[in-house]
Design a protein around this ligand. Structure first.
Ligand code: PLP
Length: 361
């Protein structure tokens, strides 16, 4: 099957083999050595010298962890949102009692740094700024470097970044840009199944942790940091996901970070050009088009749901639909992780061939 979601992505053979390895003692020396290797590699991809924590959960768990470890109920936060996942980050903050000020932009556009500056002038006591690096629902990448600079120049707020679908593939030097917490998820760029969230924590974030009073138990950063220092995890980890990640990081380290980023840029370019050649219209603002996912408008006269059904049933190809208000208005092609040009061409060809069977009537 040509699985072209934005996660879960296809698994390389060595990752699939790793998943089938026998269990080991998750509090023994083998696990400790594996976790050390994994953390060291992840620090490289996050471009951070600071703490890197892994939680057994999907990406959203990592977002919740970032909020509940660093904030108190009633804290003001500015939540920048350019789509479904930006809204989700804001919703989690609100759920735990943060005073959440949303800064929303039209879907398909990136966030405007000047608007963030104005918002921070208005909300003077913001304790955190929440930003999605790569908005998967609209295939748009925010200008995070500028947004981060504006956030730091205009506030003392912590910078919490959802990098779930970008980390490892799109440039995001966590320490250099002053990102206090960055979160990613295993089923995106990392070529392994869903179930692990990776979270970086800056010294500034640890200072906030000391005073933060939102309720937390499973997500407690300090519990996890102390456990990792002993070669363990705070609770039983998804052991075979660690096997898989260890194997995937071997592949990534062999390819090299620069090459991985260049490959994703090339595949994105290839997908956008191939889509346009075939007559499809791109959805996202071209200046901010994502390197891990491409969104296309459902062509006029085509039923988006039927299109994806035919693709799945007749052409053995799976792409993602639109979410929320973009349902049946766009489709999305994931080009992250273990994927090449041939597979993307096959996907675009199948999309073209399926069109006559997906007419709206
Ligand atoms: C996939 C994704 C999420 C949600 O992650 P889950 O693993 O489904 O919890 C959040 N934000 C972004 C940007 C994503 O791509």
């Amino acid at each position: 099957m040509n699985l072209r979601l934005v996660g879960p992505t296809p698994l390389p053979p060595t990752v699939r083999d790793a998943l089938a390895r026998p269990m080991l003692n998750h509090r023994g020396p083998e696990f400790a050595a594996m976790q050390t290797r994994i953390v060291n590699s992840l620090q490289h991809y996050f471009q951070t010298a600071h703490d890197l924590l892994l939680f057994t959960c999907s990406g959203t768990g990592g977002l919740e962890a970032a909020l509940v470890n660093l904030l108190s109920p009633g804290d003001a936060v500015v939540a920048v949102s350019i789509g479904v996942f930006g809204d989700r980050f804001a919703d989690i903050a609100e759920t735990f009692g943060a005073q959440t000020h949303r800064l929303r932009f039209p879907w398909g556009s990136a966030a405007d740094p000047d608007a963030l500056r104005a918002k921070l002038a208005e909300i003077k006591n913001a304790r955190a700024v929440l930003i999605t690096h790569n908005e998967t629902s609209t295939a748009t990448t925010n200008p995070l470097q500028e947004l981060a600079r504006v956030a730091h120049e205009n506030s003392d707020a912590l910078l919490l970044v959802d990098a779930i679908s970008s980390m490892g593939a799109i440039h995001l030097p966590v320490d250099e840009w002053g990102v206090d917490v960055a979160v990613t998820g295993s089923q995106k760029v990392w070529m392994i199944p869903p179930g692990l969230a990776m979270v970086s924590v800056s010294p500034r974030a640890w200072a906030a942790y000391a005073h933060a009073r939102m309720p937390r138990y499973y997500w407690d950063f300090k519990k996890m940091r102390d456990a990792i220092a002993k070669g363990q995890t705070s609770f039983t980890p998804g052991v075979n996901l660690y096997f898989a990640l260890d194997a995937a990081l071997d592949l990534m380290n062999a390819e090299g970070f620069e090459n991985i980023r260049a490959r994703h840029a090339r595949l994105a370019q290839h997908t956008r050009a191939g889509a346009q050649t075939r007559g499809f219209e791109l959805f996202a603002d071209p200046q901010f088009a994502s390197n891990t996912v491409t969104a296309l408008r459902v062509p006029p006269g085509v039923n988006g749901k039927k299109w994806r059904q035919v693709l799945n049933q007749t052409f053995d190809t799976v792409i993602a639909g639109g979410q929320k208000e973009l349902t049946d208005k766009i489709v999305r092609i994931g080009h992250l992780g273990w994927v090449n040009e041939t597979e993307l061409d096959a996907c675009l060809d199948a999309m073209t061939a399926a069109l006559p069977y997906a007419q709206a009537n």
